[in-house]
Design a protein around this ligand. Structure first.
Ligand code: AMP
Length: 214
């Protein structure tokens, strides 16, 4: 399995799983959120354009984000590499454009992995988790230290990890991804993964699905 889309609600462990897949299975993590934040920090023209959308919680227009991602894939020679798409595609227009562009470049998108978790668990996890103030690594509420295990900086709570905002984020996630889930399901590309349990348990489930394609 070479190119996959990772889907899942906030708190489903998408970031952790992407990190494990990169470390252990040689994937490249393509997170549009991270790339766009990098453009903003780098004060590029594109960064200035997308900042307004991001700051207002709006999606960047389909044509702009799609051109950007497809350009990024070809500039970095990623069509034939192992890539995890995280945050893109977010809409059917984007999915179609990505799948078509893959075909044109003699490549393909193999499946969409959806990490499923019920709302109550999402709220519990997000309201208890901590994040490293420096490297942004995420730690569950059960982690007993005050500092990051990687870079030893202080762990903090994200400002949007409070119950009201969490409920809003779940709503937004559902509104945004529902049509995408249906779209991948119709194409028989959707793989549902149970997101309960430890990150290692979830990782094993994902690996099993990926190995079915070998
Ligand atoms: P994320 O970190 O994935 O939540 O993305 C942060 C913000 O970047 C989103 O709220 C959007 O404004 C923008 N963004 C990221 N990916 C996309 C996308 N595929 N389509 C449109 N906007 C996006």
């Amino acid at each position: 399995m070479e190119r996959i889309v990772l889907l899942g609600p906030p708190g489903s462990g998408k970031g952790t799983q992407a990190e494990l897949l990169c470390k252990r299975e040689n994937f490249i993590h393509l997170s549009t959120g991270d790339l766009l934040r990098g453009e903003i920090t780098g004060k590029t023209e594109f960064g200035r354009m997308v900042k307004e959308y991001i700051d207002n919680g709006l999606l960047v227009p389909d044509d702009k984000i799609t051109d950007y991602v497809l350009n990024y894939l070809s500039k970095n020679d990623l069509y034939k590499k192992r890539v995890i798409f995280d945050g893109f595609p977010r809409r059917i227009f984007q999915s179609e454009a990505l799948i078509n562009s893959m075909k044109e470049n003699a490549s393909n998108l193999e499946c969409a992995v959806l990490i499923e978790l019920d709302d109550k668990t999402v709220i519990d996890r997000l309201s208890n988790r901590l994040v490293c103030s420096k490297c942004k690594k995420i730690f569950p509420g059960t982690y007993e230290e005050d500092n990051c295990s990687d870079c030893h900086q202080k762990l903090i709570k994200r400002t949007d990890d409070n119950t009201d905002v969490i409920k809003k984020r779940i709503e937004v996630y559902k509104a945004e991804t529902e049509e995408l889930i249906g779209y991948f399901e119709k194409k028989s590309m959707l793989k549902r993964i149970d997101g309960m349990g430890t990150s290692e348990e979830v990782f094993e489930r994902i690996k099993k699905v990926l190995n079915e394609y070998v």
